[in-house]
Design a protein around this ligand. Structure first.
Ligand code: SF4
Length: 371
């Protein structure tokens, strides 16, 4: 019986793909190409690369650049302050996903607000949110919803359940963001990127064709790849083959789960409840048009940004002056360029979001001993 995990970590398979990469790279170098910078968009890929030493299996001229695909890392401080402000309102329960609790806002973290008495809950399964709202009818329950296209359908389902059950005390602060707009912004910003490894979990929902306009506009190969080490290596191999064959297009390495069109039912559900914001501010990347979602006006009574708007400020807040997260998220710096990496900033005492999240580049470097 297939186990679907170890077969993608098989040393013989990994060695065979690494040899094919060496051959394709030799062809590429003979034709004049030299340095190949591949941005892995997703923090999940960054962790696979670090955990399995993928860079060490590649020729020296192929370099990974870490991208903006960590939803906790790219959330600007003013929105983290929103979560803290909402949590500190009387008779309120704020629920969110685990990593958010430790991200520093302008003055404190949600964890610190909780220590001071705010009722803040980390959700283990999303449906717990409904249970919390039903068990606390006299309290305002606010879901600080965060994530890329992967987690957005879950929020849409929660809203659908909220409406179906007639719950009037459950509100949604929507921080769902989209992958293609920041990738385009990085390229327009002059990012020295020759190719992308695309995120496979996002593509399960959106379909891999969502990246085709970027591949065409910037003549850049994009390979949507899985998260096992052989997936990442095969994604790199497919990129090199594109260069050698003179192609620049989107390809799908993760065909065992990703299709061209994605999960159309999930897309319909998202479109029913949400639409694009005109603009959204990203940590490091600034304001990017149509890069995030918000609730449709018909659902304003559930929208925490509408219901509690008098308490929320959108004034941009700068990062800690020593933190290079902003440059790391643009692919312009590495965690090792940060003077406080592993010293004043470590997972137990993070100064910036990239050290907090399970998908953050600084957290990956720290966890896998790159100091
Ligand atoms: S090590 Fe800490 S302070 Fe430095 S860039 Fe990473 S998160 Fe920011």
């Amino acid at each position: 019986m297939r186990d679907y995990i170890n077969e993608y970590r098989d040393p013989a398979l990994i060695g065979a793909i690494a040899s094919q990469i060496a051959r394709e790279n030799k062809r590429l170098c003979e034709s004049g190409e030299r340095q190949i910078n591949i941005m892995e968009i997703c923090g999940g890929h960054t962790h696979t690369i670090m955990k399995y030493g993928i860079s060490q299996l590649l020729p020296a001229n192929i370099r990974f650049i870490h991208g903006p695909g960590c939803p906790v890392c790219v959330m600007p401080k003013e929105r983290i302050d929103h979560a803290i402000t909402l949590a500190e309102m009387p008779d309120t329960i704020l629920a969110t996903l685990g990593d958010m609790i430790r991200v520093p806002g302008s003055k404190k973290t949600l964890q610190e607000a909780r220590s001071a008495g705010a009722d803040i809950r980390a959700l283990y399964t999303p449906l717990d949110l409904i249970k919390i709202a039903r068990e606390n009818p006299r309290k305002k329950v606010i879901f600080f919803a965060i994530g890329f296209e992967t987690t957005t359908p879950m929020t849409a389902i929660l809203l659908e359940k909220t409406i179906a059950l007639g719950l009037k005390n459950l509100f949604f602060h929507i921080n769902h963001i989209l992958v293609p707009p920041p990738v385009r912004a990085i390229m327009l910003d002059g990012g020295e990127i020759d190719a992308f490894l695309g995120p496979s979990h996002v593509s399960v929902i959106t379909g891999y064709q969502i990246f085709a306009p970027i591949a065409t506009e910037f003549k850049t190969p994009i390979t949507v790849s899985g998260f096992e080490p052989s997936d990442v290596l095969q994604g790199v191999l497919m990129i090199l083959r594109q260069f050698n064959e003179g192609r620049r297009e989107v390809e799908n390495q993760y065909s065992r789960a990703v299709s061209a069109k994605g999960n159309e039912k999930a897309q319909e559900l998202i479109a029913k409840y949400m639409l694009s914001r005109e603009s959204f501010r990203w940590r490091g990347l600034g304001d990017i048009k149509k890069s995030a979602l918000k609730l449709r006006e018909n659902y304003a009574e559930f929208d925490a940004e509408v219901v509690f708007k008098e308490f929320l400020s959108y004034e941009p807040i700068d990062d800690h002056k020593l933190c290079l997260c902003a440059e790391i998220l643009k692919g312009k710096k590495s965690p090792l360029d940060c003077k406080v990496f592993g010293k004043a900033c470590a997972p137990r005492s993070p100064l910036g979001s990239c050290m907090v999240s399970g998908e953050g580049a600084c957290a990956a470097y720290y966890k896998y001993g790159l100091k």
